[in-house]
Design a protein around this ligand. Structure first.
Ligand SMILES: O=C(O)c1ccccc1NCC(=O)[C@H](O)[C@H](O)COP(=O)(O)O
Length: 260
């Protein structure tokens, strides 16, 4: 069983528990549910922003604890001030140490798009994402069928949410393309064995239709990589560990963007 299989198995139980705790009607009655989500495209392509989607990530299956000493409000506000185009906030508790309250907290103090970073397998989670104030959801091709991607993306769009599809190889990309996606993210991390290679983004760039925003995800550790990725057509750069492993992740991002 791969780590991804374990995450999905656990997620099924978690979603079943959440459904018991809060009905869809309760989610729809939440304060954030009625807000209009920010346009991911508008923020990502804004010339005065960096294209960086800065991630709040306490721990991960590949690295263990990354940073357990910082507050989500402080870090996400500092990311936004340093020029982040969007924020990514992990809501998976069991494997990443995140939670839904982190998105609610980040939403309260920020005015840029927030990606609810989780393993989406059920329509309930899409509605929940809207109810906690997220603007973007992530669909991971490796854990969803094309029909599931279509269904979850259509629901997200009907709620005004933006959709980021994550792929790791050409086969996932070709089988998962759907009109309701806004952006395609190429993960440089192989989720089966945790090896990383930014080459993966360069390899797949030309295969992503221009109608989608192109995002490179994971293992981005210096600004020269970003310059090369931009040349290859990428608009967005999802960065977690490079910032989060520093005692002050916001300050780390501020220093990093000076090199862009
Ligand atoms: O990061 C992991 O170890 C991981 C393991 C299993 C599934 C997903 C995982 N990561 C999720 C991500 O996509 C990254 O958090 C994100 O792309 C940022 O990556 P990085 O900049 O390398 O922290």
């Amino acid at each position: 069983m791969t780590i991804l299989d374990k995450i999905v198995e656990h997620k099924k139980k978690e979603v079943a528990d959440s459904k018991q705790q809060r009905s869809i009607a309760q989610l729809e009655a939440s304060a954030h549910f009625g807000r209009t989500p920010y346009s991911f495209r508008e923020f990502l392509l804004a010339p005065d922003r960096t294209g960086i989607i800065a991630e709040f990530k306490r721990r991960s299956p590949s690295k263990g604890i990354i940073n357990a000493d910082v507050l989500v409000e402080d870090v996400t506000q500092a990311y936004a001030a340093a020029g982040a185009s969007a924020l990514s906030v992990l809501t998976d508790e069991n494997f990443f140490g995140g939670n839904k309250q982190d998105v609610i907290a980040a939403r309260t103090v920020n005015n840029i798009p927030i990606l609810r970073k989780d393993f989406m397998i059920d329509e309930y989670q899409v509605i929940e994402a809207k109810s906690i104030g997220a603007d973007i959801i992530l669909l991971i091709a490796a854990i969803l069928t094309p029909a599931e991607i279509k269904q979850l993306a259509a629901l997200a769009k009907s709620l005004g949410l933006n959709v980021l599809l994550e792929v790791h190889n050409l086969e996932e990309l070709e089988r998962s393309i759907d009109d309701n996606l806004d952006a395609i993210g190429v993960n440089n991390r192989n989720l089966a064995d945790f090896t990383v290679s930014v080459e993966n983004s360069f390899k797949l760039a030309a295969h992503i239709p221009d109608s989608f925003m192109k995002i490179s995800e994971s293992a981005i550790s210096d600004t020269e990589i970003i310059k090369d990725l931009k040349q290859a057509g990428y608009n967005g750069f999802l960065i977690g560990e490079t910032f989060m492993k520093q005692p002050d992740p916001g300050l780390a991002m501020k220093a990093f963007v000076k090199g862009l």
